[in-house]
Design a protein around this ligand. Structure first.
Ligand code: UDP
Length: 315
């Protein structure tokens, strides 16, 4: 079986390449390195079950290989990244989604779309289940990501309804772990980088906003199951860890785990920053027999080790 993974050099994409290869699949990875890094897939070069194509999927996709599953995971995913690349973000999850869907249709492949908890915006319902329609500002700074993902979901469902394409939309909640970029701007790399350098941890707002953090290995397990299981045609599934934490408590935990002298510094809350976020994963439990297994402390320890190693490499 062959899969195409877009965003293959990204954080989640590169872990998916590893997992599919490990499971005996042939993987074609595509990435244009806008926010992904060759370092994340360097270990796969030379693997006979891996082919990499440097390509921007906002362009029409040509590929002669037979492909069984297309996973569209290309897209800047950190608020800092997508605000730095607003138009690229909108394009990859509009034109890129169109081209990957058209490609899947031509190849008669299954289509797995990496959607996001951001489709719920700043949610008014808690926790968020798949039937909640969201509370999204269509013109705010985060809209480039949120609306592109919402458009992609609509496009994916249109291909499913009109062409009978076997599609699965996965709404991915905050995920962390090795291969995130230290400077990607997301809260865990920021705090770990700051703590390891004994700098102040920058908590935005008063830190009472919440997030629920899923360790990458758990997330990859969920995505893999949702990709290979039969009879999930047209489903939309939340994937994330339902344990909810205040951002200030994450800061304290990271200071403790790194044994750092850092202090906490409060900075302004970015515009439209969601106040609460927590997935309802009842559906994933039922359909995939999946739930996260790695607790925050263990996941953070592994992530801290990774960032320590990355910082040493730079010296
Ligand atoms: N955040 C923070 N300090 C940072 C980076 C982020 O307090 O240095 C906060 C941010 O305002 C948000 C939460 O942490 O409330 C998660 O932010 P992230 O950028 O990781 O992703 P989001 O969940 O907002 O997409």
């Amino acid at each position: 079986m062959k899969v195409l993974i877009t965003g293959a050099a990204g954080f989640i994409g590169s872990h998916l390449c590893d997992r599919f290869i490990q499971e005996g699949f042939y993987v074609v990875g595509m990435d244009n390195f806008l926010t992904g890094s060759p370092d994340n897939i360097a270990h796969l070069f030379g693997n006979k079950n891996f082919k990499f194509i440097e390509y921007n999927v906002v362009n029409y996709i040509y590929l002669y290989d037979k492909i069984d599953i297309v996973l569209h995971f290309a897209c800047p995913a950190s608020p800092v990244d997508y605000c730095n690349y607003p138009i690229q973000t909108l394009k990859v999850d509009s034109l890129g989604t169109l081209h990957t869907l058209g490609f899947a249709k031509k190849k008669r492949a299954r289509y797995v779309f990496a959607s996001t908890s951001e489709v719920y915006g700043d949610p008014l319902v808690h926790p968020q289940s798949e039937d909640y329609w969201g509370n999204v500002n269509p013109i705010g700074p985060r809209s480039v990501y949120d609306e592109a993902k919402r458009f992609s979901e609509a496009m994916t469902m249109a291909y499913h309804r009109e062409h009978g394409l076997d599609t699965r939309i996965l709404r991915i909640f905050n995920t962390y772990g090795p291969r995130m970029r230290l400077n990607d701007g997301r809260v865990i790399p920021n705090f770990v980088g700051q703590a390891l350098q004994n700098q102040n941890l920058t908590v935005y707002g008063d830190g009472t906003q919440t997030r629920s953090f899923c360790y990458i290995d758990d997330m990859v397990e969920g995505i893999f199951r949702a990709s290979i299981k039969e009879n999930l045609n047209g489903e939309v599934i939340n994937l994330g860890n339902p344990n909810e934490y205040k951002i200030i408590d994450i800061a304290k935990k990271i200071i403790q785990l790194t044994d750092s002298d850092s202090k906490i510094e409060f900075k302004p809350l970015p515009e439209d920053d969601p106040k609460r976020r927590c997935p309802d994963i009842t559906k994933a439990k039922k359909l995939l027999n999946w739930e996260p297994k790695i607790n925050l402390e263990d996941g953070l320890k592994k992530t801290i080790e990774y960032f320590k190693m990355k910082m040493l490499e730079k010296i």
